[in-house]
Ligand binder design. Structure first.
Ligand code: SF4
Ligand code: SF4
Length: 373
């Protein structure tokens, strides 16, 4: 319980830092190994032979991300659990005070492995499940992974989110609902994403998938995940483009196994600069660079970073947009809306939050630039 409370506090601090300044990376995803033990048909992020990135190189990369002020560092892949020194990498992230996350297919989890992740002080784990029964497209199925979910629910001291996806390649949309309900039944959080093409852009949802998307999105998640409570994915699920600015390469970084910084996993090669040479000036320039792939982009973690920046610059519009069209906003959004937007004490709440969550906040220049739109 105490661990969960401490983690939530650190997450709130991350959000507050992100709300105060637009000059540091909020989230970096880094690949410790490109190899994967599975071969999902829709995936372009794995191979079946790459060696793990040597530990020294990984630690140097983590240290440099910390120097850039990165709030949250997630290990992705390939399958990161195949890396022999994963625990040491997680410990290094935590030693820098950043939030440590792991994105896995879950196949290699065991009680012992979960205990080691607890010891390394992992903050979050995301496990992706695509279907109820394995098929030719994906083996990430509830049938195989339910035992792992039960283990996680019993033994993990880190937060666990189960992400399912919707899209043409996955033929039974109701599977995503079954997976999300099972996750909630076990006390885990559940989110849903949309399948993208090789450029990271939307493959339109077939009929029937939107209804399932909507039902999962209504399962309340804590505010700070904001995964199910943003309009980006809702528009895309309806086949509509988004009008937004992608700050990838600045507020979000993707670092491949060769140690190069890319906008995201789907736009590799831009800018393709070694992380060791990446500077705050690179962060600012790439964050400001327009991306033509933005309107139909489905990369939800970059949407969440953009949402944080919208909250920083246009809090009222943004919180209003988080309320679904029928007005049934989750309790967390309603409370935040009252505290920070509509309450007559909103200035007091804002000052209190800034003082509690970000020591020294009042001396930072970006605070005063926040505009109530
Ligand atoms: S488990 Fe993940 S990384 Fe591996 S092939 Fe499937 S989607 Fe790609
Ligand atoms: S809009 Fe940004 S996150 Fe999306 S595909 Fe393009 S570069 Fe990647």
């Amino acid at each position: 319980m105490l661990t969960t409370a401490k983690r939530r506090w650190r997450e709130a601090t991350m959000v507050a830092r992100g709300l105060q300044s637009g000059r540091h990376p909020v989230l970096a995803q880094i690949v410790p190994i490109r190899r994967c033990n599975l071969a999902c048909v829709y995936c372009n992020e794995f191979d079946d032979h790459s060696a793990p990135v040597p530990l020294d190189a990984m630690l140097e990369r983590i240290d440099h991300l910390a120097r850039l002020g990165t709030s949250r560092i997630e290990l992705s892949g390939g399958e990161p659990l195949l890396h022999p020194d994963l625990d040491a990498i997680i410990q290094r992230i935590r030693r820098h005070g950043a939030l440590a996350g792991l994105i896995t297919n879950g196949y290699l989890l065991s009680e012992k492995r979960i205990a080691r992740l607890n010891e390394a002080r992992l903050d979050h784990l995301q496990i992706s499940i695509d279907n109820v029964v394995p098929d030719d497209t994906s083996k990430k199925s509830l049938k195989v992974l339910d035992r792992k979910l039960q283990m996680l629910a019993r033994h993990a001291s880190f937060g666990v989110n189960v992400n399912s996806v919707l899209g043409a390649e996955l033929r039974i949309p109701e599977d995503a609902l079954t997976i999300a309900r099972r996750a909630r039944e076990l006390g885990l959080t559940a989110t849903v994403g949309l399948i993208h093409d090789a450029g990271g852009t939307l493959v339109p949802l077939p009929p029937g998938h939107y209804r399932v998307y909507d039902e999962i999105a209504r399962m309340t998640a804590p505010f700070y995940t904001v995964q199910n409570q943003n309009d980006f994915q809702r528009h895309l699920a309806l086949g509509q483009p988004n009008d937004w600015h992608c700050s990838a390469g600045g507020r979000y970084l993707y670092i491949c196994e060769d140690g190069l910084v890319h906008w995201c996993s789907q736009q590799r090669g831009h800018p393709g600069i070694p992380l060791a040479d990446y500077t705050p000036a690179d962060v600012e320039r790439e964050a400001a660079t327009p991306k033509t792939c933005a309107p139909l982009c489905t990369v939800s973690c970059v949407h969440r970073v953009a949402l944080l920046d919208r909250l920083r610059t246009r809090p009222l519009d943004t919180i209003e947009a988080m309320v679904p069209p029928d007005g049934r906003a989750p309790a967390s959004v309603r409370v935040l809306r009252w505290m920070f937007v509509t309450s007559r004490h909103r200035d007091r709440f804002r000052r209190l939050a800034a003082r509690l969550l970000v020591p020294g906040a009042r001396s930072r220049p970006d605070v005063s630039s926040t505009r109530l739109s």
